[in-house]
Design a protein around this ligand. Sequence first.
Ligand SMILES: [Zn+2]
Length: 81
Amino acid sequence: MRYNFTHEDLEHCPFCGDDTYVEVEKKIVQTVDIQNCYGEYRQEWEARWNVQCTNPYCGVHPKTKDCTSLSEAVELWNKRA
Ligand SMILES: [Zn+2]
């Protein structure tokens, strides 16, 4: 599951100057051996935050590495931009 949104504190892309956006991805970290009432196994998951360039024609299309929080991803991006 992915959610994309823009964040007002983000610097523009250092390579093309375009806007950037935050992507949140739900990463399954493990499947627990317990079934719920729907017969599905319970899954433990964590959100992974990334900032990347919105421009599909950007030559570099930079992206931060998976961060565990929004503030960490924003800080990492702005340090590099
Ligand atoms: Zn760019």
